[in-house]
Design a protein around this ligand. Sequence first.
Ligand code: RRO
Length: 300
Amino acid sequence: MVKITGIEFRNPTILASGIMGTTGASLVRMANSGAGAVVTKSIGPEPKTGHPNPSMVKLDCGFLNAMGLPNPSYADFDNEIKIAKEGADVPVIASIFGGNAEEFVRVAEGLTEAKPDAFELNVSCPHAEGYGATIGTDSCMVEAITAAVCDAVDAPVWVKLTPNVTDIRSIGKAAENGGADAVVAINTLRGMAIDINSGYPILGNRFGGLSGPAVRPVAIKCVYDLYETLEIPVIGVGGVSSWEDAVEMIMAGASAVQIGSAVHEGIEVFGNIATGIEQFLQDNGYAGVEDITGLAHEVI
Ligand code: RRO
């Protein structure tokens, strides 16, 4: 059991936003497969079709995606959250996005009646013009958006950060100053793949966000830096596919670990990682995840 931002989780594994999070039924399925909590696909102020196909490509080191925030808008998504809340016995977190503070607040307020256990503010999609990383690289906007949503809702507010910055600590600090209850790091890392036969970038959007094993060391460093800088909890995400990866992320400073790309290998990943962490804690005489959170910062 772990408690983060006032919410209890039966284990420290969380389904990351973007994977299997577009319907209430798929969120319930992830909960039933062992996830300690689930996060929805990011939901915005208006229906959005997303970028042209191909929108995802599997590489030898992970996945490159440019889905382009496809979603039906908050007005058509509250029922999916209700279905997830009714069917899943774990916390359900609503990932939301907008182009400015007013839009973020409109989406958050529009979903409040569905009672998500927390909101995750997506200020970090790497390839969405007017949304995402254009906001998430600007400390002032991150602070203003976070403060506006915190004022508007009672539920805890998490802020998901982009690695596509020179120093993630200043953006994390802006989220904290805005009143965030936690930060989540990292969203995907900007990248491109080119088809050498046609000579064109493979993705319809030309570039996208890299996830999977390739980004894990980037995520570890970001979590490490944020843990050192912030008072609020850090939730780690980026390339975790085994319990050993999760323990490493926790030792860097994560209070819980989100899992995204590895879900494509099989949904039993949550249970396997949760069991592995538990066994590691027991074998080494630790009482809980908090005993090893940030352990890598201790001076020997
Ligand atoms: O929808 C997407 O293309 C997307 C989003 Br919202 C995000 O936050 N991160 C990402 O890699 N893709």
